[in-house]
Design a binder for this molecule. Structure first.
Ligand SMILES: Cc1cc2nc3c(=O)[nH]c(=O)nc-3n(C[C@H](O)[C@H](O)[C@H](O)COP(=O)(O)OP(=O)(O)OC[C@H]3O[C@@H](n4cnc5c(N)ncnc54)[C@H](O)[C@@H]3O)c2cc1C
Length: 404
């Protein structure tokens, strides 16, 4: 009987999506050798092309792969009032997953012992001095990859138990309009001029690329995703009735489901095995944003490895997670009016401070000043009841992105 071949590497990254690629990129950036990313071959098991957006002050080092950016942000309240803000020195940026992947793969190919292995990872086991993963190559042949450190970004099949689990679920169209309809200097983060669901909230999201080209999304924060026809109907209504786009063509679509939960995601799951990305709790519960947290964590991990003291910090601080748990529960119970809550945040908080708050970078004093302008009574009541609520298991949402 043939023994399974073994490949050795220093750092093994399972899953080459947003978090896995970000970590590999930052490790390569510190000159590290021996970084292997395992990603399934092209086909149905890989997520479709996606856009990842984040805000940044220009120091992220990803400008070469940023496909668009916006100096101003806008939120439309349910009453139609527009709040346009300038978060400088921060700017909202968009990456296309294909471009980011090409870029990181090319950088890894330049480094000794680094690269991407097209394979599907299975079980991960601890070994003396590290860990190993069973992998299956595209031709079905098995391979064991052994490493000193393993970072696992593969989607979880079940979420850790939570008191609240909402989903951020959406579908977006890249539209081409017959006439110029968009202002490429302004990104609409939340447009509440759409009919609100009975439970949770809904909003439009518009990222203009040129005056006649934009990504337009319909998003809900609620318990259950919609069917594709229901998203399409909501999008069509938003494009015609709210945005008044007139004639337009849909070029491509993207769709997703992102967990918004107060579950506790363990980061270290073995002596040398760490979870990263959504699987490791990098998705900010109150917003669904993940990409920026993955950058911060990746930079910290790369710096700690370069200094010879491996350290994988939690992607979000405890205070941020505690505040998000209250907000999610208050939204889920209907105690706060979601559109009014988010519109109020944008209307009353300086934009740069608000975005720093959403990145977990504000001081306690700043957080008090933000919190005191919100619905204090319902939030306080929710905060007091949280410690007594049980945590329940929930299946992980399918990562989304099934497109017809
Ligand atoms: C359509 C969409 C748009 C989004 N937009 C934003 C945004 O604008 N900003 C933001 O901050 N967040 C956004 N998110 C949320 C979040 O950033 C993304 O879901 C992000 O991709 C999460 O990164 P990840 O590395 O955890 O997971 P993924 O990027 O999904 O990466 C997981 C990887 O694991 C691989 N994999 C799966 N199984 C195996 C296996 N057995 N072996 C090896 N590899 C495996 C997959 O192929 C995949 O590449 C979006 C999500 C979606 C779905």
């Amino acid at each position: 009987m043939n023994a399974t071949p073994v490949r050795e590497t220093d750092v093994l990254v399972l899953g080459g999506g947003a978090a896995g690629l970000s970590l590999a990129h930052r490790l390569a950036g510190t000159g590290r050798a021996g970084v292997l990313v395992v990603e399934p071959p092209d086909g149905p098991s890989r997520p479709p092309v996606r856009t990842w957006c984040f805000w940044d002050d220009g120091t992220c080092g990803l400008d070469g792969v940023v496909s668009a950016s916006w100096p101003r942000l806008r939120v439309h309240g349910g009453d139609g009032a527009a709040h346009t803000v300038d978060p400088s020195p921060l700017r909202y940026r968009m990456l296309r997953s294909t471009r980011f992947e090409e870029y990181v793969h090319a950088r890894l190919a330049e480094r000794p012992g680094c690269g991407v292995l097209r394979a599907t990872a299975g079980a991960v086991r601890d070994t003396p001095g590290g860990a190993e993963a069973d992998c299956t190559a595209p031709d079905g042949s098995p391979l064991t990859v052994r490493a000193r450190l393993v970072f696992d970004s593969r989607p979880l099949t079940a979420l850790p138990p939570a008191r609240t689990r909402l989903l951020q679920h959406f579908r977006g169209w890249f539209v081409r309009t017959a006439r110029p309809r968009f202002d490429p200097a302004v990104a609409d983060l939340m447009d509440f001029r759409v009919p609100q669901p009975v439970h949770g909230l809904a909003f439009g999201y518009v990222l203009p690329l040129t005056p006649d080209h934009a990504l337009v999304e319909y998003t809900e924060f609620s318990r259950t995703p919609l069917t594709t026809p229901a998203y399409e109907k909501a999008l069509d209504r938003y494009c015609h009735d709210v945005l008044g786009l007139g004639a337009f063509a849909v070029e491509t679509a993207e769709q997703g489901v992102v967990p918004m939960t107060d579950a506790r995601f363990p980061v270290r799951v073995g002596p040398s095995v760490y979870r990263i990305g959504t699987a490791g709790g990098a998705t900010r519960p109150s917003t669904g944003y993940t990409f920026a947290a993955a950058q911060r964590q990746s930079l910290a991990v790369a710096a700690s490895l370069a200094a010879g003291r491996p350290r994988v910090p939690a992607p979000h601080g405890r205070r941020a997670l505690a505040m998000d748990a209250v907000m999610l529960r208050a939204l889920d119970t209907g105690r706060i009016d979601g559109p009014a809550f988010f519109t109020g945040l944008f209307a009353h908080t300086p934009a740069e401070r608000l975005l720093r708050f959403l990145d977990g970078g504000t001081t306690l004093r700043e957080e008090w000043s933000i919190g005191l302008r919100g619905p204090v009574g319902p939030m306080l009541r929710t905060a007091l009841e949280l410690p007594f609520l049980p945590r329940r298991s929930h299946p992980a949402p399918r990562s989304g992105d099934r497109l017809p």
